[in-house]
Design a protein around this ligand. Structure first.
Ligand code: ADP
Ligand code: MG
Length: 778
């Protein structure tokens, strides 16, 4: 032990010398000068003192003041100075993969190192981390996964939880777990970082932990609300020009109805907020125009108008436009590209910024454009706090964000563009004042802003809790309800009950809410429980390859691209992969397999191009599949040789059945009407298919059921993806397959096989049955 101590100390001193050397170099000096100019630097000593004297410290400070890049680094530096550089281990969590990566890259550069030396990162599927990494940026999910195998976080000296103001589900969950852990690990230090001033909530959660605020400097930003914008620019909103979020022109009559409905919804707290008196003092023209305002619309024309107003009349400076998501960013980008001024690359540099774009594209956002060219960045709410674009002077805020919510009564997740909170709107505005006084154009009236809620509802209260409940069980944190009641803001009992019922339905929990063997296996797979179950079944039924593709596709994102202007072409390209199999999932399998073949012949990119597929997504699916395989091997569910686990992979009927088993209880019935297809689920009544589903193109579906992974309430309930299945498949595979259940299933299987199955299929199943019985008895 003493020898080990000595070697650690020697190493620590060595690290200290290296750091000194970098700081003395000209580049190091320059970097140091920049770092010392950040507001966080003034609080460096106070912060380090607070951390050494308290187990928990809450730090708040405006975006860009240096929390993420500096605070963990200060801790690292002070450990190095105290000759503990080789023994400390600091973990800093980020809610998003992209920020974990980009921040670690930045911090390594600030320390004059390569990524993977003392600073590294780890996100699902990827990482850059060496033996000597002492400061690790990871996603919150990665730390939660580590807690599964290392309950006490042995060897970790500091945990920094970043962006807690976002109140993400993982972060809220992590805080409950850490609160417990702090008792067992009195030497562990916890630092919470928030971009807004709601530190009290977190401080009191940790028994009155000290709070530290980093005062930041930003220039004043002038807010223009819709009425001012209309007044000064003379723009007229016309009802007939407005296109709603889904690209359909609405009739004026319908608009007026929704407007009336929405007025009360938006302003439920301020009854009738949108009354004329709010606009006293404005011209008739403006007031007239305002009555045409459609709160349901993103208002692409209005945005275009405001952007061209800025480009024509305003001083130089980049523009940041907050949109709700990837789809409308693309729609807007297409529209702007056709504009004579905004679409002229010699005058305007049009960029998009959202979570799923390539990192090369991301870097462009930070670069300054050539002189005389105005940079316009179309972004999601990602640019609110986790990404800082320094030269922004103008912000255009559509006032909405696509937010997931969860309707516990109907047990349905919803994804709706909804109004942001006051805090978020303020945050968006603040992005304009980083280098000089700025302007912010809010594309909604001031009275609507006044009706916004103060803060966004925490994610824990607006998402289904299945994965979380499974995690609580596998971390042995006790009863789910009891554990979640310890959260900052506990979820509704009904949501918790729905999640527990679901886990029982798929056989992850038994009647007494104890984790089953299936549940244990599911908890180590980095996918939703039902998809994990599909994987395990794929392994057991020896059709692993196609099932791994389906699960990877469903948990990454859809690789089929649907460009707005080539929708028809893209849809027919996708339909080719389906060959009347009536399954988006099988189409995905075909597309992936085709891509793998093309890759082998070095024509992967061409293949993607002609088939409207995203090469990036296919690559992500590919690496996720590799991860699945090694995890399944670890659990002993598959043997290492790929042939055995793919014995039945060519059997489309079997693959369909496993998809059904995994997606159950996501089922809807199919009724073929004269001219259309009518779909119904038990909970929602009629549901619709997204237009890019292969089944949406079919005049008839010759199967009585569709199983689906995701349904979402937009204006109606939509199914994103579906696979058609027969009665017999639903009967045999839909439902609980657990140890006992499987036996039951197999008995049933024997009885029904001759009735329902094609003879060839029956043979397949009978041989599987034999294999299964062996499996069950061992
Ligand atoms: P916070 O976490 O408080 O929002 P950060 O630590 O992320 O702030 O950033 C502090 C400052 O460091 C930013 O204002 C920006 O000037 C600079 N910075 C951050 N990331 C980068 C980067 N990738 N390249 C250049 N400068 C950066
Ligand atoms: Mg930050």
């Amino acid at each position: 032990n003493a020898a080990r101590e000595r070697s650690l100390r020697r190493k620590s001193l060595q690290i200290r010398d290296q750091q000194q050397e970098w700081q003395d170099s000209p580049e190091g000096q320059k970097m140091l000068k920049f770092r010392r100019s950040l507001p966080a630097y003034k609080e460096r000593d106070a912060l380090l003192k607070a951390v050494s004297e308290n187990q928990v410290v809450v730090v708040s400070g405006e975006t860009g003041c240096g929390k993420t890049t500096q605070l963990p680094q200060y801790i690292l530096e002070s450990e190095i100075e105290a000759a503990r550089g080789a023994s400390c281990s600091i973990i800093c969590t980020q809610p998003r993969r992209i920020s974990a990566m980009s921040v670690s890259e930045r911090v390594a550069a600030e320390r004059g190192e390569q990524l993977g030396e003392s600073v590294g990162y780890k996100i699902r599927l990827e990482g850059m981390k060496g033996r000597d990494t002492r400061l690790l940026f990871c996603t919150t999910g990665v730390l939660l996964r580590r807690l599964l195998v290392d309950r006490d976080l042995r060897g970790v000296s500091h945990v920094v939880v970043d962006e807690i103001h976002e109140r993400g589900m993982n972060e809220d969950f992590l805080l409950i777990v850490l609160k417990d852990l702090l008792r067992r690990r009195p030497d562990l230090r916890l630092i919470l970082m928030s971009a807004t001033l709601n530190a009290e909530l977190f401080s009191s959660f940790f028994g009155g932990a000290p709070m530290l605020h980093i005062p930041g400097f930003t220039y004043p930003v002038r807010a223009h609300f819709l009425e001012n914008i209309l007044e000064t620019t003379g723009y007229r909103l016309t009802p007939y020009n407005q296109i709603d979020d889904y690209g359909q022109e609405k009739t004026w009559k319908m608009q007026k109805q929704t407007l009336r409905k929405r007025k009360t919804q938006i302003a439920s707290s301020v009854e009738g907020a949108l009354v004329d008196s709010d606009f006293n003092g404005f011209s008739h023209r403006t007031r007239d125009s305002l009555s045409c305002w459609n709160p349901d619309s993103i208002g692409f024309n209005l945005i275009e108008h405001v952007l061209s107003h800025i480009c024509k009349n305003e001083r130089p400076g980049a523009v940041l436009v907050f949109m709700t998501g990837w789809e409308d960013i693309n729609t807007l980008k297409d529209q702007l590209q056709a504009h004579p001024l905004l679409g002229d690359p010699s005058r305007v540099l049009l960029l998009a910024c959202h979570g799923s774009m390539a990192s090369a594209e991301q870097r462009l956002i930070f670069d300054r454009p050539p002189k005389g060219v105005r940079k316009i960045v179309l972004a999601t709410n990602m640019a609110e706090t986790s990404i800082t674009i320094n030269d922004v002077v103008f912000v255009v805020d559509c006032g909405k964000a696509k937010e997931t919510s969860y309707d516990a009564l109907n047990n349905t997740p919803c994804l709706l563009p909804s109004w942001v909170s006051k805090a978020a709107a303020r945050q968006r505005r603040g992005r304009a004042g980083r280098v000089q006084p700025g302007e912010c154009y809010h594309l909604y009236p001031k009275c609507v802003y006044d009706a916004f809620s103060d803060y966004q509802l925490p994610e824990l209260l607006r998402t289904p809790l299945q994965s979380l409940c499974l995690q609580i069980k596998s971390l042995q944190l006790g009863g789910v309800s009891e554990f979640l009641s310890k959260a900052l803001q506990p979820p509704e009992p009904l949501s918790v009950q729905n999640a527990i019922d679901f886990l029982k339905t798929i056989g992850a929990l038994d009647e007494n809410e104890n984790l089953t063997v299936l549940g244990q296996n599911l908890s180590v797979l980095p996918v939703e429980p039902k998809l994990g179950k599909m994987l395990i079944l794929g392994a057991m039924f020896k059709c692993l390859d196609p099932i791994m593709t389906v699960v990877a596709g469903l948990s990454v994102r859809d690789p089929f691209l649907m460009p707005f202007d080539k929708k028809d072409l893209a849809e027919s390209a996708k339909a080719q992969f389906s060959a009347r199999e009536f399954s988006d999932h099988l189409a995905l399998v075909r597309a992936y397999e085709g891509w793998k073949d093309a890759e082998r012949q070095q024509s992967g990119y061409e293949y993607c191009w002609t088939n409207f597929l995203s090469a990036q997504t296919l690559k992500a699916i590919d690496s996720l599949r590799k991860q699945f395989f090694s995890l399944l091997k670890d659990t002993g569910l598959v043997e290492s040789d790929k042939e055995t686990c793919n014995k039945w992979s060519h059997d489309e009927h079997l693959v369909r059945a496993i998809i059904c088993a995994g997606l159950f209880p996501g089922v809807c019935s199919v009724v073929n009407k004269e001219k259309s297809i009518m779909l119904k689920t038990m909970e929602d009544g009629q549901v619709l298919l997204y237009s890019n589903s292969v089944n949406a193109q079919e005049p008839k579906i010759p199967y009585p059921w569709l199983v689906f992974n995701e349904k979402i309430k937009v204006n109606a309930v939509f199914l994103r993806d579906s696979t058609a299945v027969s009665d017999s498949v639903l009967l045999l595979f839909g439902g609980k397959i657990s140890r006992g259940g499987l036996d039951g299933h197999l008995k049933m299987l024997g009885g029904y096989l001759e009735f329902f199955m094609k003879p060839g299929l029956a043979e397949t199943y009978l041989s599987l049955k034999r294999e299964f019985e062996e499996l069950i008895h061992c």
